[in-house]
Design a protein around this ligand. Sequence first.
Ligand code: SAH
Length: 216
Amino acid sequence: MPKYPRADERFRMVERQIEARGVRNSRVLAAMRDIPRHLFIPPPYDRGAYDDCPLPIGNGQTISQPYIVALMTELLRPNPGDNVLEIGAGCGYQAAVLAALVKKVTTIERIPAVADLARHNLAALDIFNAEVVVGDGTCGYPQNAPYDGIIITAATPEVPRPLAGQMAEGGRLVAPVGGREVQELVVVEKQGGRVTESFHGGVRFVPLIGEHGWEN
Ligand code: SAH
């Protein structure tokens, strides 16, 4: 028996929206089948929790489209021992998916009321390896660095400069980089003192607002 209700909808979501578009990492697919996305979304929008779209979570913010969560998680190549930083906690769903795949997640949220929602949602599922911090994620979070993975889930004009110094050797960063309306998913890897970038298609995120992001 699956642990949480609406498992049939989650299985369908993974098959039709995520596997069908080419996400193959079996651990990522399993986490997306397990984590009850509907419990992260305030009513009435929770009804559409397994639809192929982002949804409002309050305070003008959104929960990302399931496929984008899966794609970004796969691009991060999460390993069980990893220490990961997320910037833009929102309702905490992406953090919950990551927490199922890595050792420790730190997730930063700018809006205190949204951070409270993430904390509440993670605690309700007994997820203890994800820490929610209120602050400006464009400065990273040096207290828990270095990070094997950094994922930015808000649109940024460029990769915030302080983050490079908080990445572990062999680390990866995934971020939507570009304009306020549309961005491209960028993966930055730090390997043997060299930094490489690759590009993975267009996306639309709410803006990353802060010292090294958008002004407002
Ligand atoms: N990761 C979320 C989606 C995040 S939406 C999920 O799992 O569904 C983007 C979030 O980034 C919003 O909640 C917004 O308030 C937050 N945000 C924007 N700028 C930020 C900053 N500088 N630091 C931390 N959070 C920020």
